[in-house]
Design a protein around this ligand. Structure first.
Ligand code: ADP
Ligand code: MG
Length: 244
């Protein structure tokens, strides 16, 4: 199996307490992977360590070569809501256009092509009508869609998302899942922190169960068992398996 992301003995600490301790995860190139675990388990920290935005104490993160036929192994990141300054006066279109910066040479400013690509990305998430709105004026679900559009224009092939469905209504969640499954089916790697245990089997091909150390990592059917969930959450727990 080809892997998009692997960590080996990854240890991250903010202070004296390690947030992640010697974590080995293998995230396959194809499919959608859910990162599951209780509050404070280090899920957001794992995404940040993969992005390289938190210093690691020891261990390493390896990004797979990716599928070269595919173009890029660029990482698109959809942050948890708290990681963004929503009062910063930026329009929806500007935020998405920032995703094109990586394609430009240092002396170039985003121009007509970048604007058109950004509008097309907004159309794909049905947010084109909001192009001139300030990002702080959007609902949470709309904000998530705008960040997904930014990852599109970045031509990302790996999408890291931190609880993209938190604070989102059921209809919007369904729409986002459809977008993400479509991206997955086009050969992209989707990695998502997710907190709703009832939808895990429906959404994810692979699961990383985490609670500061790795509990289990692999295909959803192998990993998402009541025994492993109990180990991750530290309380007896019947998995609520919903039907597709
Ligand atoms: P999760 O996303 O699973 O809820 P986090 O990765 O956000 O967990 O946090 C893991 C642990 O690290 C928690 O105990 C949290 O309080 C701590 N932590 C996270 N970010 C910071 C930070 N910037 N400074 C200090 N401690 C932090
Ligand atoms: Mg978190």
């Amino acid at each position: 199996m080809d892997f998009a992301i692997q960590t080996r003995q990854l240890t991250v600490a903010y202070g004296a307490e390690p947030a992640l301790w010697s974590v080995d995860v293998d995230i396959p190139l194809l499919g959608m992977t859910g990162i599951i675990g209780p509050n404070g388990a280090g899920k957001s920290t794992l995404l940040k360590a993969i992005l390289g935005t938190v210093p690691t104490l020891s261990g390493r993160v390896e990004l797979g070569a990716g599928d070269s036929s595919h173009g890029s192994s660029e990482i698109g990141y959809v942050p948890q809501r708290t990681g963004v300054d929503w009062d910063f006066p930026t329009s929806v279109l500007d935020l998405v256009m920032m995703g094109t910066y990586g394609r430009l040479k240092w002396f170039q400013r985003p121009g007509k092509n970048e604007r058109a690509a950004s509008m097309e990305a907004l159309r794909q998430v049905q947010m084109d009508e909001f192009a001139n709105r300030q990002i702080g004026e959007l609902s949470v679900g709309q904000q998530k869609r705008v960040f997904i559009a930014r990852a599109f224009v970045q031509q990302a092939s790996i999408y890291l998302m931190d609880e993209p469905f938190a604070g989102v209504d059921a209809k919007t969640e369904k729409m986002l899942v459809e977008i993400l499954h479509r991206l997955r089916d086009q050969g992209n790697t989707i990695v998502m922190v997710h907190h709703d245990l009832t939808t895990v089997t429906r959404y994810f091909d692979h699961v990383v169960l985490l609670n500061r150390t790795l509990v289990a990592c692999g295909s959803t059917s192998e990993v998402f068992t009541s025994e492993n969930i109990e180990r991750a959450y530290g309380v007896p727990c019947k998995p609520t398996l919903d039907s597709p």
